[in-house]
Design a protein around this ligand. Sequence first.
Ligand SMILES: Nc1nc2c(c(=O)[nH]1)N[C@H]1C(S)=C(S)[C@@H](COP(=O)(O)OP(=O)(O)OC[C@H]3O[C@@H](n4cnc5c(=O)[nH]c(N)nc54)[C@H](O)[C@@H]3O)O[C@H]1N2
Ligand SMILES: Nc1nc2c(c(=O)[nH]1)N[C@H]1C(S)=C(S)[C@@H](COP(=O)(O)OP(=O)(O)OC[C@H]3O[C@@H](n4cnc5c(=O)[nH]c(N)nc54)[C@H](O)[C@@H]3O)O[C@H]1N2
Ligand SMILES: [Mo]
Length: 774
Amino acid sequence: MKKPPSEEPDERLTVTPPKKWAVGVPAVTHALEYSLEETSVPRAGVTLLTVNQVDGIDCPGCAWADPSPGHRHRNEYCENGAKHINDEATSRRITADFFRRHPVSELGRRSDLWLNQQGRLTEPVVKRPHSDHYEPISWHDALQLLSGELQSLDSPDEAVFYTSGRVSNEAAFLLQLFARAFGTNNLPDCSNMCHESSGFALHETLGTGKGTVSLQDIHHADLIFVVGQNPGSNHPRQLSALEQAKLNGARIIAVNPLPEAGLLRFRNPQKVRGVVGNGVRIADRFLQIRIGGDLALFQGLNRLLLEAEDARPGTVLDHDFIRSGTSGFEAFSQHARTIAWEDILSATGLSRGEIEAVGDEVLRSRRIIVCWAMGVTQQKHAVPTVREIVNFLLMRGNIGRAGAGACPVRGHSNVQGDRTMGIWERMPDSFLDALQREFGFEPPRAHGLDSVSSIRAMLESRIKVFLGVAGNFVRAAPDSAVTEEAMRQCRLTAHVSTKLNRSHTVCGRTALILPTLGRTEVDIQCGGEQFVTVENSMSEVHTSRGRLKPASKLLLSEVAILCRLARRTLAGKADIPWERFEADYGTIRERISHVVPGLHDFSRRVARPGGIRLPNPVNEGVFATSVGKALFTCNAWEMPHAPEGHLLLQTLRSHDQWNTIPYTNDDRYRGIRGSRRVVLVDPTDLAELGLAEGQHVDLVSVWDDDAERRAEDFEVVPYPTARGCAAAYYPETNVLVPLDSVADISNQPTSKGIVVRLEPSGTGPDPTMSNSGR
Ligand SMILES: Nc1nc2c(c(=O)[nH]1)N[C@H]1C(S)=C(S)[C@@H](COP(=O)(O)OP(=O)(O)OC[C@H]3O[C@@H](n4cnc5c(=O)[nH]c(N)nc54)[C@H](O)[C@@H]3O)O[C@H]1N2
Ligand SMILES: Nc1nc2c(c(=O)[nH]1)N[C@H]1C(S)=C(S)[C@@H](COP(=O)(O)OP(=O)(O)OC[C@H]3O[C@@H](n4cnc5c(=O)[nH]c(N)nc54)[C@H](O)[C@@H]3O)O[C@H]1N2
Ligand SMILES: [Mo]
């Protein structure tokens, strides 16, 4: 067993120019280095070779789709997927004496990186009231304790059940079934903080919360927008698809405040050409947009399209489609013409010429796809922005046909599947009706709490029990100091986890850690070896089968934990065969197939190579919106405003982290090594603010309340970002995002577009008086 590091790394910041290309030999070597650091040669090899193969492990890296069977590479994973796999397959273990040596108060002061490096959790542990240590507890006693607390609540709505998108379809279905049979819709999930805004906007305008494109569509598009995403680090396999599209003649437009490496040039590690040559240039145009400017950009493009149609009637818009398939065009087209160019230019920071050049490309392109991720969704006006993207696509009929459509690029490998399985605090009645028919109990109908409202309810002591299945709620959520206080109000906090993280150190009166099997591990139940299923960003459902020996004999699968908990807690309240579910996951899929449309004959069909593609009604010309057609919407112009002396901050991922978990202190493509406490600012802005490279500053966010939110001691790095903008890593900066700062309509935290000022460190008020979060 590899020994975990006992001390925090002692490193210093070094900065080199950002890379102009992504992936290639250094990336692969880098992945292998990380693998061997964490695990052994055979373990690394076995796991990596089965990743994303038919009947192999679904890569927990991201939700990008796999090529069809027969078109997959021997190594169908990317550098970062390899890191995520090996982070789970590590041979480091947290054993019983670890918690004897490390009190919870000490663990709370450790970095996210250090906590994760301690290795896999191996047995259930409990922290009892007034104790500062976790101690071993049997599964029987742990589940008894948890179900006892749940049963003692005055109302089922005093519990919340959080999930993160690594959870399989089977476990997700059981979790929501348990929560609803218990009597609550309190099912917050990571999606509330991720693509919630996309879901709201797409539901309203297209009648589906999901993207409408397949990998084939990407390969055959004429023009692809990549808006607010960093695929080189976060969806590396998307680059292979973009490369393929380019070879087929597509043009690509990157819209981003940062010149991200993968957007500029891509060396495909799967091809000899990629390994030796300069790779393929990905973006034909790079629009260096100001943070929060995307709504205005699409408003500008839409205005240009309307004017082009005026000039050459009948040649620009898809009138047939607009007439037969959509509603609201007239009102939209009138409103769109009222958006002033000066507003568009000030919000985007782009020139009119740049936007017009893109408009010309649009006019030349028959099939257009817009891809987007967190740069779009984590903004106050994210919902109108996505709606405006839909307007843009609808105008030329780029919805529901080959090579065209909307592509919200999902993050967690099964975040979309979890929603399909009913993990949502506001599932529609059609789903709840189906659940009722199948299981014979009356599910609660009132909407439950999402992530932000759960925090508020915990603060007000309206929530007594928090159960997290995967994820790291405390670090994923905004306003870290407030969220931590909220968690501490709970009577019981419990987490089903593979690895130690900060959420385990911020405890309710009693706290439990319930260790579980990861996706890489063999899952054997009474009914034999089991597999699970997941759904990717393109609605393809397929199997994932672990290969490795479990990290400890004491681990239970997520399914087993949920079945045992439900059996104890519900005690026959509903007629649900939890024991059979635990023994044979096929019986869970059988019941899923009766509840979720499109999954009939689930177990058999999903086991076929390539799995099942869930139907998207939009692609059959069906729009399940309020009026039965796709909706054009009128969206007011809006932009985030930073007063003089302030910047708009985005909190983003480095190349070497998985969400809340840094793997190293480096961000290789951006040329940053040795420290994550850096803030990237344009050199001209730095000069105007009177700040110098390498200076230490506190980031202080500005919000309409009395609290001061301060993230201390960041080093200033001059970086070619858009003017007036800054970037720093999540989760170190979550302390700056006020709980009340959410996207309109979707209630998603605004992790991008936060107004901050940079104060030289040591000049602010006494740090013990502020919400400073390390
Ligand atoms: N290696 C790795 N892979 C991951 C993850 C990970 O942590 N590590 N996380 C997974 C998850 S859950 C998710 S949701 C995805 C996230 O994938 P991304 O959305 O790529 O994640 P972020 O790092 O938040 O990057 C946001 C991007 O948007 C840009 N941006 C910021 N503000 C704006 C804006 O106002 N307009 C525009 N146009 N661009 C803007 C930023 O410069 C950055 O390039 O990745 C998934 N994949
Ligand atoms: N400021 C800011 N905040 C953000 C974001 C941002 O860009 N900026 N991004 C938001 C987004 S897009 C997301 S998706 C959320 C992410 O929020 P989460 O999904 O809650 O966070 P993760 O970091 O993915 O969770 C990591 C933990 O999951 C557990 N885990 C890993 N694999 C498994 C498994 O197979 N089973 C179980 N049971 N546990 C497992 C491990 O214990 C690990 O420590 O954060 C959000 N918060
Ligand atoms: Mo995400």
